[in-house]
Design a binder for this molecule. Structure first.
Ligand SMILES: [Zn+2]
Length: 68
């Protein structure tokens, strides 16, 4: 959480991982990125990216959520 505050001061941007809801640094996404219908999504880890790639529509519609 402290690092997130520091990032805000530095002006770096974050995106929300659509699978787990975590904030992901768009400059250095731990799980890489995935393009879906012209939008780039960022992931905290490879697992989330693969989950999303398998059923992007399910996650975007909110029908599918990963249990934490
Ligand atoms: Zn994630």
């Amino acid at each position: 959480m402290v690092s997130k505050l520091l990032d805000m001061f530095r002006g770096s941007s974050t995106a929300t991982d659509p699978v787990c809801g975590m904030d992901v640094d768009t400059k250095n996404p731990g799980g890489g990125t995935h393009d879906h219908e012209g939008t780039t999504y960022y992931f905290c880890g490879t697992g989330c990216r693969l989950e999303f790639a398998e059923d992007a529509q399910g996650y975007l519609s909110g029908e599918k959520k990963m249990e934490m």
